[in-house]
Design a protein around this ligand. Structure first.
Ligand SMILES: [Cu+2]
Length: 180
C-alpha cells in the first residue's frame, strides 16, 4: 500500500511540477500580451523636447476619398511657448493645419497661417470641429485598424514622427466635408 502510494506520488510529482510551470508560463505570456496590447491602445504617446503628443488618430475614409483628417492632443511641459509649423506624411501629397471659422454665416475651415501656438505649460487639442490636420491627395485609403505615420515639425522642439491610429468612419460624425 505504502509502496504503491510512494510510486504514485513519485510518478505524479514531476507531472504536477511541469503543469504548474506550464501554467505559470502561459500566465506570464498572457500578461505580457495584455501589457503590450494595453500599451498600444492606451499609451499611444510621443515626445519631442518639452512636448507630449497624445493619441494621434484619423478616421477611415470611404473609397475614393482624397482627404482625411488628423487629430491629437499636444501638451507643452516647457516654460516657453512652441509652435506647430508643418506636417508631412507619405499617406498624402500634402498636409495642412486647419482651423474652423464662420465666414458669411457659414462654417468653414481654413489653413492656419503662422503655425499653431502651444502655450508654455498649456495643452492644445486637435479634434473634429476644431483645429485639425488635413491630409490632401491621399495616396492610399487608410482603413480602420491601420496606422500611418506623419512628421510634425515644431518651431522649438523640432520634428517628430508620430503614428496615427485609423479609427472607424463614424467616429465623430462632424466635419467630413471640406470647404476648400
Ligand atoms: Cu480642414
Amino acid at each position: 500500500m505504502s509502496h504503491f502510494f510512494r510510486a504514485a506520488a513519485h510518478a505524479r510529482a514531476p507531472g504536477h511540477t511541469l503543469l504548474l510551470e506550464q501554467r505559470l508560463g502561459i500566465l506570464v505570456v498572457a500578461l505580457a500580451l495584455l501589457f503590450v496590447g494595453a500599451q498600444s491602445a492606451f499609451a499611444h504617446e510621443f515626445k519631442v523636447g518639452d512636448l507630449e503628443i497624445e493619441h494621434p488618430w484619423s478616421r477611415a475614409t470611404p473609397a475614393g476619398a482624397k482627404v482625411a483628417g488628423g487629430y491629437f492632443t499636444v501638451t507643452n511641459k516647457g516654460s516657453a511657448p512652441d509652435r506647430l509649423l508643418s506636417i508631412a506624411s507619405d499617406v498624402s501629397d500634402k498636409a495642412e493645419l486647419h482651423e474652423m471659422g464662420v465666414r458669411d454665416g457659414v462654417m468653414t475651415m481654413r489653413p492656419v497661417s503662422g503655425g499653431l501656438e502651444i502655450p508654455a505649460g498649456g495643452k492644445v487639442a486637435l479634434a473634429p470641429g476644431a483645429y485639425h490636420l488635413m491630409f490632401f491627395g491621399l495616396k492610399r485609403q487608410p482603413k480602420q485598424g491601420e496606422k500611418f505615420s506623419a512628421t510634425l515639425t515644431f518651431e522649438k522642439a523640432g520634428s517628430v514622427t508620430v503614428e496615427f491610429d485609423v479609427e472607424g468612419m463614424g467616429e465623430t460624425g462632424a466635419m467630413d466635408d471640406h470647404a476648400n
